[in-house]
Design a binder for this molecule. Structure first.
Ligand SMILES: C[C@H](O)CC(=O)SCCNC(=O)CCNC(=O)[C@H](O)C(C)(C)COP(=O)(O)OP(=O)(O)OC[C@H]1O[C@@H](n2cnc3c(N)ncnc32)[C@H](O)[C@@H]1OP(=O)(O)O
Ligand SMILES: NC(=O)c1ccc[n+]([C@@H]2O[C@H](COP(=O)([O-])OP(=O)(O)OC[C@H]3O[C@@H](n4cnc5c(N)ncnc54)[C@H](O)[C@@H]3O)[C@@H](O)[C@H]2O)c1
Length: 740
């Protein structure tokens, strides 16, 4: 078990994905794992399709992502999330590939399936869907059907569409793996098309596998005006299999631009990754490789494509190698021979490979292509635009990068082992995806400030099963915080488990064990997925803290402040991660108050906002969305109300007790305003009102109160200091004595 590998996931940048080809399954997994250790990744997606493979995943403790396809369901049953607690506890880390089986289930009434099969698949997918929030993004991949032809044969029957919420982003890969099984290919293709037609948020459509006339005819209509990234293979064009007038005309008349909604690529098998890289040069129209590529698409004939290949080969002079182009198993044999005789220099697999659809004709080629991509990307004269956002900015970005940008083949991992130089190149190649940030899987939370709020936030986070590092300036504060958390958890446990002491103790122990404390925020910041700041309510102090955290923390880490009254925008200005910054405003006492205000600033990305919303739910709270306005929702109403009560007391209109009793009994509040002020902390109240007054001097609701100022000046901060509007010393002494 390699803990190191797991830790590194936190610092990661990109996706490593193992290939699930039937051949070399285990090698692929091992290579992926090794790869991950050498070059940390954002997401290690393993696609175990055999039990052995699934077992080998134990080496990683658990990869950051498990992609289980239809085969996995059948052949690696112990990977099923409901059977594997490890997966269940890492719910948010699981990224799943939606196989065509589930597509069928979603799209059609599945009454033709045997009940047993249906139950199995449904159960599995329901678990996966629950775990991974797949409404967010889905990758449909017909490869999942390999080896399950009988099953598929049952599935492919026209049925009514199921109604379900369409995923926010959708990527469809059609790899045509039925090898000339006309009936199935045709049917599968039609179903996919129906699905694509209905999905307004289609991101990528990969139809490299279409080689049957019937299927192609189905899609040709569809090609006109495609608003998403379309991937077809060069060989499909070369052999005149696809009629893609839009593609030719579009490219000829209007060269691809980085900000164009419609992305069209052409390529075959692994070359698609290369072409993604080549697309990066489109800002420089003089680039010969790009021109050649364009020509090849325009001409759509063998010669032009060959020209392009030659051009690539020229670039790769040192290697003296041709680029492999064709995935033998998805081409009819005569086609393979034709390409082989024309271009030579790659192995030909004459027999369709039944179970290794991703096997590249010549394994070397993929590596060559990646090297070429690295070369292109390292050329100084080429700007590297970030992948074009569509309307659905983040999701698209994400998918584009995941699928188009960095989808590794196991061969690549294997070759990476050979030397550092190569790893360096790979990193270069991956540079454009460095800012990629997925909807964050939050497993490790850094809470800064171990006072009233910070300790409460640490408590509920650990109780929800996440790892917490709690930071404060002194060990004494931290010790006090942990003992407070322990006793508070004890109350929760008693409430939850009643007489069952064993379970209650286990609950407390498990949560407490998830909490680590330290006085150094920098080190744990490297591994945190989320940082929640709950230190003193002072803008400069918060900014200083965030500036240093910004340098220490991993790229993907989301920053939040629990500030009561300061502007999140102002705090975030201290960092370079506006898109991964937001407010998480908890209420005191944190374990009991159900609300969290999730505050977004202008730069907050949807992904960050969604992740924060999810996090709030995960810790058992009800999130509400709020703009970055002074006091957000609650405090904008509550603090003026508290201040009015203080002013009432100042004027001598009523006693503190009477004001509180009146508001409890007359307005139904659980605490009166002055009790509440003591509870929140008079220093906190003062800081809030002073800050607002400074920014809006004319607003009478924000006028400071001499009485409040005096109390704070005397160190009477409310409950935490033992006195405020009321005296708590006697009560606290009594509680301490009784051990409560
Ligand atoms: C200024 C900032 O920016 C924003 C703010 O935070 S503003 C402040 C917001 N907070 C408020 O307004 C608090 C108002 N006060 C209240 O709601 C209530 O008085 C209170 C929830 C604090 C206490 O309620 P009260 O009924 O007196 O306490 P108590 O009977 O001890 O416990 C209530 C429940 O919480 C549970 N509980 C007690 N301690 C607990 C703990 N540490 N953790 C979890 N649950 C706990 C109890 O078991 C009980 O549960 P039950 O009702 O299911 O039996
Ligand atoms: N008290 C409330 O009811 C309440 C409610 C919601 C939000 N808030 C906000 O939460 C934040 C914390 O409030 P609190 O009531 O928990 O305050 P608190 O005084 O109880 O705790 C603050 C803690 O932060 C620590 N600290 C200060 N500077 C630090 C630094 N640079 N690094 C590490 N630790 C540091 C202090 O030692 C202290 O233990 C404030 O921004 C406050 O406005 C408070």
């Amino acid at each position: 078990m390699n803990k190191n590998a797991v830790r590194r996931v936190g610092k990661a940048n990109y996706l490593a994905r193992s290939n699930h080809s039937g051949i070399d399954d285990n090698n692929a997994t091992f290579s992926a794992l090794t790869m991950q250790q050498k070059v940390p990744t954002d997401l290690l997606a393993l696609e175990p399709s055999t039990s052995q493979q699934a077992e080998s995943m134990d080496y990683l403790d658990l990869p950051s992502a498990v992609v289980v396809d239809g085969n996995g369901v059948v052949t690696a049953p112990h990977l099923q999330p409901e059977k594997d607690e490890r997966h269940a506890t890492r719910k948010s880390t699981i990224f799943a590939m939606l196989s065509l089986e589930i597509l069928m289930i979603l799209l059609q009434h599945a009454d033709f399936l045997t009940q047993q099969k249906l139950r199995k698949v449904c159960k599995y997918w329901r678990a996966v869907l629950n775990l991974s929030d797949l409404q967010e993004s889905v990758w449909l991949d017909s490869q999942s059907l390999i080896g399950t032809h009988d099953f598929v044969a049952e599935v492919y029957r026209p049925r009514q569409l199921w109604s379900f919420t369409l995923p926010r982003t959708l990527s469809i890969t059609y790899n045509g793996l039925f090898y000339q099984r006309k009936e199935m290919d045709g049917e599968a293709s039609r179903v996919l098309r129906k699905f694509a037609d209905r999905c307004p948020n289609l991101v990528t459509l990969d139809l490299r596998g279409l080689y049957l006339k019937e299927c192609i005819d189905d899609w040709n209509v569809f090609f006109r005006g495609v608003p998403y990234s379309l991937t077809v293979s060069a060989s499909q064009i070369v052999f005149g299999m696809l009629d893609v007038p839009e593609m030719r005309n579009g490219v000829a008349q209007e060269p691809m631009k980085p900000h164009r909604r419609c992305r069209r690529r052409t390529g075959s098998g692994p070359t698609v990754d290369l072409l993604h890289a080549v697309r990066q040069v489109e800002l420089n129209p003089a680039n010969s490789v790009f021109d050649a590529l364009r020509n090849s698409v325009e001409a759509s004939r063998l010669d032009a494509v060959r020209e392009w290949v030659e051009d690539c080969a020229t670039v790769l002079m040192k290697d003296q190698r041709w680029l492999g182009f064709v995935r033998a198993e998805s081409l009819p044999s005569p086609a393979i021979h034709r390409i082989s005789s024309e271009w030579g220099d790659f192995e030909v697999v004459t027999e369709p490979a039944e179970v290794s659809p991703q096997k590249v004709v010549n394994g070397q080629d993929y590596f060559t292509l990646l090297k070429f991509a690295a070369y292109i990307l390292t050329r100084g004269d080429i700007a590297l635009p970030r992948p074009t956002p569509f309307k659905f900015d983040f999701e698209t970005d994400r998918f584009y990068r995941l699928m188009g940008g960095v989808s590794f083949h196991a061969d690549f991992f294997r070759r990476l082992h050979r030397g550092k130089k190569v790893i360096k190149m790979a990193s270069v190649f991956l540079q454009p995806v460095r800012h990629y940030s997925k909807k964050a899987a939050i497993n490790h939370v850094l809470v800064i400030g171990g006072g009233l709020m910070g300790s409460g936030i640490a408590q509920i986070t650990a109780a929800a099963g996440m790892k917490v590092t709690l930071v404060d300036q002194s060990q004494d504060v931290l010790k006090k915080a942990v003992s407070g958390i322990e006793s508070s958890l004890g109350k929760v446990a008693r409430k939850q488990f009643g007489e069952d002491k064993e379970k209650a103790d286990k609950f407390v122990k498990t949560a407490v064990e998830l909490i680590q404390t330290t006085t150094d925020a920098q080190q744990p910041a490297q591994f945190a997925d989320l940082i929640i700041e709950a230190i003193v309510e002072n803008l400069d102090t918060k900014k200083t803290l965030f500036t240093s955290l910004d340098k220490a923390a991993s790229n993907h880490t989301i920053f939040t402040s629990n500030t009561s009254s300061l502007s999140i925008t102002d705090i975030a200005a201290a960092t370079k991660r506006q898109d991964r910054f937001g407010g998480l405003h908890f209420f005191s006492p944190v374990p009991m108050m159900k609300l969290v205000e999730v505050v977004r600033i202008e730069g907050t990305s949807d992904a960050t906002f969604d992740a924060l919303f999810d996090f709030a739910k995960k810790v058992g709270k009800v999130p509400v969305a709020c703009k970055d306005t002074p006091g957000f929702i609650v405090n904008r109403l509550l603090v003026p109300y508290i201040m009015e009560a203080v002013r009432m007391l100042e004027r001598g209109d009523a006693s503190a007790e009477d004001i509180d009793t009146a508001m409890k009994l007359g307005a139904g509040y659980p605490m009166g305003p002055l009790e509440l002020a003591d509870f929140v902390g008079l220093d906190v109240c003062k800081m809030i009102i002073d800050g607002w007054h400074k920014n809006d001097k004319a607003q009478p609701l924000f006028f400071p109160s001499p009485m409040l100022n005096k109390l704070v000046g005397e160190g009477k901060l409310g409950r935490k200091s033992g006195s405020g509007f009321y005296d708590y010393k006697a009560q606290q002494a009594k509680q301490a004595k009784s051990g409560r």
